[in-house]
Design a protein around this ligand. Sequence first.
Ligand SMILES: Cc1cc2nc3c(=O)[nH]c(=O)nc-3n(C[C@H](O)[C@H](O)[C@H](O)COP(=O)(O)OP(=O)(O)OC[C@H]3O[C@@H](n4cnc5c(N)ncnc54)[C@H](O)[C@@H]3O)c2cc1C
Length: 463
Amino acid sequence: MDPHRDALSTAASLPLATLSNRLAGDLVTPDDGEYAGARRVWNGMVNEYPAAIAYCKRVDDVTAAIAFARDHGLAVAVRSGGHSVAGASVVSGGLVVDCSGLEWVRVDPEDRIARVGAGADWGLVDRATQSFGLATPGGVVSDTGVAGLTLGGGTGYLSPKHGFAADNLRAIDVVTGRGERLTATPDRNEDLLWAARGGGTVGVVTAFEFDLHPLDHDVLYAESWLPADRAAEVLREYRRYQEAAPDEACVFPSFARVPPTPEFPDTRHGDPAVVVAGVYAGEPAAGRDEFEWFVGGADTFRTSVDAMPYVDLQSMLDADFPDGRRYYWKAVPLAELRDDAIRELRRATERAPSDLSTIVLWPMHGAVGRAGDDAGPIVGRDASVVVNVEAAWDDPTATAANVEWVRETCRAVEGDASLPGTLPNFAGGTDPDADDVYADRAARLREVRERYDPDGIFTYERG
Ligand SMILES: Cc1cc2nc3c(=O)[nH]c(=O)nc-3n(C[C@H](O)[C@H](O)[C@H](O)COP(=O)(O)OP(=O)(O)OC[C@H]3O[C@@H](n4cnc5c(N)ncnc54)[C@H](O)[C@@H]3O)c2cc1C
């Protein structure tokens, strides 16, 4: 089986010139020179061969693409920022509706609202909103797409204070699987808005409207690196801290190997480490007191405490996640961070086949936990932490070992403290379905999907 040849023959059987003539943007097909780059996404492990990729510059392009897919029975994958870890935004033999050309942001500082085109990334939104001293919770890497991140929930440094990105979503403009253009608000097509708040693709969302919050000062970032054998002690302290952590504080411990860079002592390079890092979204001076418990303690071999503009914080990790590397992520929500889970996480770090892999613990306190049951399809808001196991590697022959490491690590921490479902953005795995991700809200989500996409043209959860 040759997937490129299959894509070529599917494309040859379709009247693609009809679609191309209706688009303001380009249509890339398997015999075009641009195809090799156009079918690629952030995760270098994803290797799909679509029959065509429609670059949409205006909403009419999206409606034309959906109409074409419906007429010809093509599966549709929607792509905006291209950062789906599982590669869900490309589909072999189908049509990719690429929204990256819908890249715009409009801020209304009076009403504290941002309207955002589906092609914007978080860097664009943060720069636009910060120029008015405002912000909305986004992800922690600036070139991740607003569209996919919000439709999958969206945790970030401001989430304890203001909830998931999806919790701040007030309205969306959508082209549904039936091909119609709709707006969904809390009063109109409200089932569609409910589903979009974490339920993934509910049609092609062409524009998002977010609530904004004041953030007109620097934020504080602090980080301390310790040898992994201190993990039990440090994470027990973290557990105590989280019981009463303020909404301003997002403390997210992680496990990693010490990078071989000059900021770290040579003697530590390559060693397994536990890192306690935190962002304080209130006044930086208060943050310094708040984070005193983990900054510069015994055995810390690197520590930093810096006040910085929010936009700088939001791009601080960008270089750690380069395009084209191989990645496999999976997450487990834990009701409690127990000693046995800490032990397993340390063991997993020591056994990781790649030095580039990390395990991050995202806190779920504050506004995330307070959002009511009706906030959207995401479950697990009562978790104390979500453990995200993030494998990253370059060697193509190391794929099986890295994938197995992630699965094994998840199984090892999934004791009786693990909760049903997971964060959609970190669902990973092979062929997760709605039940794996949305647990007891999956049925309601499926009903909405079937109402607006009765022929099932969109790709939903998959590995
Ligand atoms: C480096 C990196 C950092 C990350 N950091 C965070 C983080 O801090 N917090 C967090 O919660 N998640 C994070 N994630 C996960 C991220 O939120 C998801 O991978 C997200 O889906 C990416 O969105 P995208 O638009 O870039 O991706 P895409 O690959 O374009 O799309 C992702 C999914 O959304 C669907 N989709 C995209 N656009 C549309 C649209 N316009 N209408 C309907 N459906 C659409 C796609 O079909 C696909 O299923 C990160 C991922 C990466 C790779």
